[in-house]
Every structure is written in C-alpha cells, then in structure tokens.
Write a protein that binds this ligand. Structure first.
Ligand code: ADP
Ligand code: MG
Length: 729
C-alpha cells in the first residue's frame, strides 16, 4: 500500500492537461445553446399553432392543451433525432441531492416486429416515476401512494448525451410538492404578484416582476486516483481525517495565482459543454484554498438559473473525469482550509426593464428602489432564523459558525452609502427627493446616492446577506445545495413583507397624501425598526457580534436539527401559507425529510470513520509500533541496561503512539455505541439531535488520528495526505 501511495502521487504530479473538445470551426456564439430547445428552435421546428400555444403558455401562463402538446412533442422529436437522441427522460429535483432521471427509449414496438421512434404530447407532459423511493416525509403514506412529474414549459428542454431531458415538477397525486422546483415557482409567482401593484404606482405599464438569481459555484478538484485511495472522500465527499499541510492558504498565493494548465483545460471543456446548453457561464477563477475554484454565469430568471446550476453540477462531474479529476462539491472537504459556498446573487426587476434593487433614474425611481430595498431588509429581519434554516444541512454545518462565511447569524450588510441614506430618510421630511449626487448637481443636505455607487460598493466578506450595489448576495448557501431551498424562502418572505407594506401604504394614500409622501411615511417606521437590528456592517466573525446579535433578538442557534424547526414556527407557517408557497402539511413533511437526511449523512460519516480507524489507521500505527518495539528489543540485547538512554526517543515515541491508539480505539468504540442508541430512536427530530452529538464526536475522534499521522512513519501511512491531495493539479 505504502509504495503505491507514492506512485499515485508521482503519477498525479506528472499528468499533463487533457485535450479540450473545441467544436471544430465554430465560434462560441455559433454553438451557444445548440443543445437547448429554445425560442429559436421553437420557431424552426414547431408548426404555427403549436408555437402560438406554447408561447402563450410560457409568457402568459396559459394552460397547454393536449393537441398543442402533441404538436410541440413532434417538433422536439425531429430536433432531438437530428442530434442522435435515442432516449427521453423527465428531469426533476427531488429532496435528495442533485437531480433524478428515468430514461425511456424513444423506440416503440408495433407488435408486428417493426419499431418506430415515438414521442407524443402525453409523454412530454406527464410521467409517473416510481416515486416510492424518493424522500417525502410521509406525505405519500398519508395521502396517496403515487407521485408524478409534469413538464415545466418555462424551463427549456435540453439534450444530454443521447437523452432528451424535460425539466419537470414532481408532486404527489394530492398536489403536495415532493421537489425543489414546485415551491420555487410558487414563490416566484408570489413575489411577482406582491410587487406588481407597488411597481404600478411608479410605472403603470408593469405587468410582471422577475426574481433574478446569479449563482457563484465554488468547488475543489482532486486527482481521481488519489481520490480513489481515500474511502472517506469517495463515500462522504469529504476527508474525515487528515493532518493539516504545513502550508495551506496562509500565503494567499492560490487566490491570485495562475490557473494550472490541467485545471484550465477542465474549465474550458466545462464552459464549452455549458455554453452548448445555453448556460451563460462567464467567469472562472481560483478561490482562496489550494485546489479550490469558482465558476459563475451571468444572472438570469431564478427558476431557469437554478435549473442551470443543477445542470452545471452534473456536468462538472462528468467533464472532470475526462481530465482525471473528481469535483468535490461538499461544503468542507478539507479541515483547516476554506470550505465552498454558492453565493446567491438576488434581485427583482420589472418586465419593463427596471432593476428594483438599483438606484433609479430620478427621485421617484430612487424612491421605488428604496421601497424594495427596505422591504427586503424587513423580510430578512422577520425571517432571519428561517433563512438560516434554508441553508442548514449536515454538510454546510461545517462552514456555519466557523471562521468563514457564513456566520451562524443572518444579518444584512448595507455599506456606508445606503446606511447614510436610510439615516437621512429618517431625519428629513417625507417629501425630500432622493437624488443621485453628481447627476443633478450638489443637493444641499438632502438624501443623495453617489453616481459611482454601483461599481464601487464597499465589500464586507463576513456578512451572510450583503448589498452589493444592484443586488443582495446571500452568501450562506452551501456549495452542494439546490439554490431553490434558499430562493423559495427569500422570495416568499419578501412577498409577504410587500403585501403588508402595500396594505399600510394604501392607508396613507387614502388620507390623500401624495405618493412620495405616503411611501416615505409608510417606510419610516420600517426603517426605524430594522436599522439597528438586522443591519450590521461590522465583523460577522467576531465573538462580540454573537453577544450583540442575541441582544438584538436575532437567531443565534448553531445546531442544524434545531434550526430546521424554524420552518414550522407559527410565523413561518403563516408566511408560507399566505403566499401560497407551502401548506402546513408540506412544511411538516419536509422537516421530517430534512432531519432524516441529516441523520443519515452523519450516520454514514460515522460508519466510514470508525471503519477507517479500525482498518487503516490503527493497523498502520501498530505496524510502526512493532518496528519500534523490535528496535528497542535489539538495543536491549546489544546494550543491556544502557538501552534506556540509547532508545530514549523510541521509547517516548512509543508511549505517544500507544496513547493515541488507545484514544482512537476507545472513541471509535464509543461512537459505535452512540450510533446504536441513535438508530433505535423513532422520532426523526430526536434522532437528528442524537446524530448532532455524533457529528461533534467525529471531531474528537479525528484528533488522535491526525496526531498519529504526525507521529507514524510516512512510509507506512496508508492514505494520501493533505499536502498530496491539495497541491497536485
Ligand atoms: P463577485 O465574486 O464579486 O461577487 P461575480 O462576478 O463572481 O462577483 O459574480 C456576481 C454574480 O452576480 C454573477 O452571476 C452576476 O451575473 C450576478 N449579478 C449581477 N447583477 C445581478 C443582479 N442585479 N441580480 C442578480 N444577480 C446579479
Ligand atoms: Mg459574490
């Protein structure tokens, strides 16, 4: 084993960049979107009637009748066959990680020995996957055994390898959502419905408000052969043990460094594959930790952007293998270096082209911006514990509360400009216009937003919810998460707040006040209630902030099983049911699923850890111990009593190693017992609480193991070390 570890490392180090699959003779603009059935393909492949019906469905939410669906399916089939497609699948996002697919061949047998390619409106619109094996928190047991998938025509159909993929929602026969997409779509509708009446006061032409999402995906790459030599990485996606490398990220040299050529080739291939799928991938760069990278597209409509994130996560894995890498999407694959997140840049915008989270063109535009800005902050304050719960998973728990984004407290960073604006608005009369300074000259003592503001917003990397000039950046989302979890709650919470705001505004307007005065009079008490609570521009990692946040009434819970309870607080149920996003039954069922997944993840980690301690670590330590013992015995034979001084270092080492072996084996045995006890707990919440303790114990068990790695002969250590995993590419 030991020699092969060095061979693996040498091989990995010697690997050259794999060739990139550049489409011959084509510019990116020519292959961009070639594998998506987008509007251009619709025009080309659909008959006039089907096209009209489909666009009415996509743009205006009209239902799609069977005849139109048949016409659309026929056009898609022609297009798909031209690309060598042989299979079709409904593609959906169950409550497990990632996406689910069940591929059906397009071939139909006519019973007389003949075959034809067949795909009709019915198979496009609906399928019944065997749903019983997806988590449902008891919904199907209580209501109805079957679940079905239904096409979401607002997400374009795409081709992956030989398969036509149809994005769908996944729901039970009684209508409960069993996936991430359904509630997200409901929340997007809720926030649009709540925003439009407010926007119309400023611009009567507005008929729809879009929620935008721009995700930034962080990830690690490891060489696939070294990965395969680490059972913990293979099975849990993270290293459960491993002593810190002497050098990790302290020099910050990776962040600014050049992208290694093997990695650059992978990134290029990934971009090409993404561009073919119409994913507007834009930036790529190194991240803070060694072997950590980031990729981000240009933001888009949230439902589509989220589908694209799911597609990219799938793509990353398959493209990486071609380059001899494995992608780690786990939030904390390595102890002692930064983990990976997925910043969710979020904003709202009207169908008339106004971005609601950016200063406007004039005083009224600025007032509209401030209205949406303040109400977003108020929603985040009302539901700060719930928002934290949306990102609370067993894997993201390793980032939460550690010294890296996100702190386990959801506060909002405004930056100096907007903080000053809010303070001024509180002081000045309600009819004071909000000016863009520089454009309209110097407005004496009035409320001003400097013109350079959008490009120049100050940054605070420690804030989980930061305003960055034309959007908010929710930084707490985990790298492996489905963004829909966080985006559903954020949009729903903002919708609820906007409904309340509009009701209060109507009261002011009914008094005969001018619009700007009525808006400011409604906003002022809201500003006063948030400015010293959720708004916080200081260091989110500091211990003082934890004390201060608690005093302010923000949620400071750090245990994931407890955080999950936020979903069923009366305030959360009221918000979700009022906005039509989740029923109470769905919320309860989804919590069961969350606790169950939490427990299972920790259970798997704990099993892998104990087995590795037993089968890898202790045997390696014992073989080294044996070598030391033989050496000591030999010394005694040769030097007699003098051996004690001759062998002082060996004796001391022996003692240390024995202590660590004892500690590791005791802790491993204790963990086995704790697991046994946890496994018989019936209640999912109680079980998750028990597993939360086991998750803590995993840290404790890691200590003697990492100590042994430091003490034991490098030649006999069976696992690739951090310095080998993190610096080879
Ligand atoms: P940084 O690393 O500085 O945060 P990046 O350029 O890596 O910035 O990512 C910013 C992300 O935010 C991109 O996906 C970008 O398209 C997106 N974005 C920019 N403006 C908006 C907006 N108004 N709404 C939502 N997302 C936005
Ligand atoms: Mg960012």
């Amino acid at each position: 084993m030991s020699t092969s570890r060095f061979d693996l490392v040498k091989d990995a180090f010697a690997k050259k960049a794999a060739p990139v699959d550049v489409p011959a003779g084509k510019k990116p603009s020519e292959y961009y979107g070639e594998l998506v059935f987008d509007r251009e393909k619709m025009h080309k492949y659909l008959d006039a009637e089907s096209l009209r019906g489909l666009l009415a469905c996509i743009d205006n939410g009209q239902p799609l009748d069977r005849k139109t669906a048949d016409g659309v399916a026929a056009g898609m089939k022609t297009w798909a066959l031209e690309h060598g497609v042989t299979h079709v699948t409904h593609w959906f996002q169950p409550l497990t990680e990632g996406t689910a697919e069940k591929h059906d061949s397009l071939l139909e047998y006519d019973g007389k020995g003949g075959v034809i390619e067949q795909f009709d409106g019915k198979s496009l619109a609906q399928q019944e996957p065997d749903a019983s094996s997806f988590p449902n928190g008891g919904i199907r047991a209580t209501f109805e055994a079957r679940g079905y998938t239904a096409w979401d025509p607002t997400s374009p159909v795409f081709i992956q390898d030989d398969t036509l993929c149809i994005p769908t929602v996944f729901i039970s026969y009684t209508g409960e959502a069993l996936d991430y997409k359904t509630p997200l779509k409901k929340a997007l509708k809720a926030v649009s419905d709540a925003s439009v009446p407010i926007c119309r006061l400023f611009d009567p032409k507005v008929s729809k408000v879009y929620s935008y999402l721009g995700w930034e995906q962080e990830y690690f790459l490891v060489d696939e052969e070294l990965y395969a030599a680490r059972p913990d990485l293979m099975i849990t996606g993270r290293t459960l043990m491993g002593h810190n490398s002497s050098k990790n990220q302290q020099l910050d040299d990776h962040y600014f460094g050049a992208i290694p050529s093997r990695v650059a080739a992978f990134m290029r291939d990934l971009e090409i594959a993404g561009h073919k799928l119409g994913i507007p991938i834009k930036t790529r760069h190194n991240e803070v930790a060694p072997n950590q990278f980031e990729l981000a597209p240009i933001f888009g409509e949230a439902n589509l952007a989220n589908d694209q994130n799911q597609m990219v996560m799938n793509l990353m894995n398959s493209v990486a293998r071609k380059h001899g890498f494995v992608v780690l999407l786990h939030e904390k694959p390595f102890d002692g270096v930064n983990g990976s997140g997925k910043h969710n840049n979020w904003s709202l915008g009207t169908d008339t082209g106004t971005l609601l989270m950016a200063p406007g063109k004039d005083a009224m535009g600025n007032l509209q911006f401030v209205t949406f800005f303040v109400n977003t902050l108020a929603a985040v304050q009302r539901h700060n514990g719930l928002l934290k719960a949306t990102i609370a998973t067993a894997t993201n728990a390793h980032r939460l509360g550690a010294n890296e984004a996100p702190p386990a407290i959801v506060s909002a960073f405004l930056g100096k400009t907007m903080t000053d604006v809010l303070h001024k608005l509180l002081e000045l009369p309600s009819d004071t216009p909000i000016e863009i300074a520089g454009k309209k000259g110097k407005s004496l003592g009035l409320v001003e937003i400097p013109e350079i503001f959008v490009d120049n917003t100050d940054r605070n990397r420690t804030s989980p919810f930061a305003f960055t000039g034309n959007r908010f950046e929710f930084r707490a989302v985990g790298s492996s998460a489905n963004c829909a979890g966080a985006m559903t709650t954020l949009n729903a919470a903002v919708a609820e707040q906007l409904l309340d705001f509009k009701a209060a505004l109507d009261v002011e307007l009914a008094k005969g006040k001018a619009l700007n005065v009525a808006v400011m009079d409604t906003l002022k008490p809201i500003i006063a209630s948030i400015i010293d609570v959720v708004c916080f521009d200081g260091n989110g990692y500091s211990d003082e902030w934890k004390v201060e946040a608690k005093r302010r009434g923000l949620n400071v819970e750090t245990s994931v099983p407890e955080m999950i309870k936020e979903f069923t607080r009366p305030e959360s149920i009221a918000m979700f049911t009022r906005t039509g996003v989740y029923t109470e039954a769905e919320l309860k069922a989804r919590n069961e699923v969350k606790w169950e997944i939490y427990s299972k993840k920790v259970q798997i980690e704990s099993r892998v850890m104990v087995r590795m301690v037993t089968n890898h670590i202790i045997p390696a330590a014992i073989s080294y111990k044996e070598k030391l013992l033989r050496e000591i015995k030999l010394s005694k034979d040769i030097f007699g009593d003098d051996y004690l001084s001759q062998c002082a270092p060996e004796l001391s080492l022996l003692k240390k190693i024995s202590e660590q072996i004892n500690s590791a084996s005791e802790k491993a045995e204790a963990m086995r017992q704790s697991r046994k006890a946890a496994n018989v707990i019936e209640d999912e919440y109680e079980k998750a609480v028990a597993y939360h303790q086991i998750a803590e114990d995993l840290f404790a068990l890691r200590r003697p193991v990492d100590k042994l790695e430091e003490l034991v002969d490098n030649d006999v250590w069976p696992l690739p070390k951090y310095r080998e995993l993190l610096f080879i590419s």
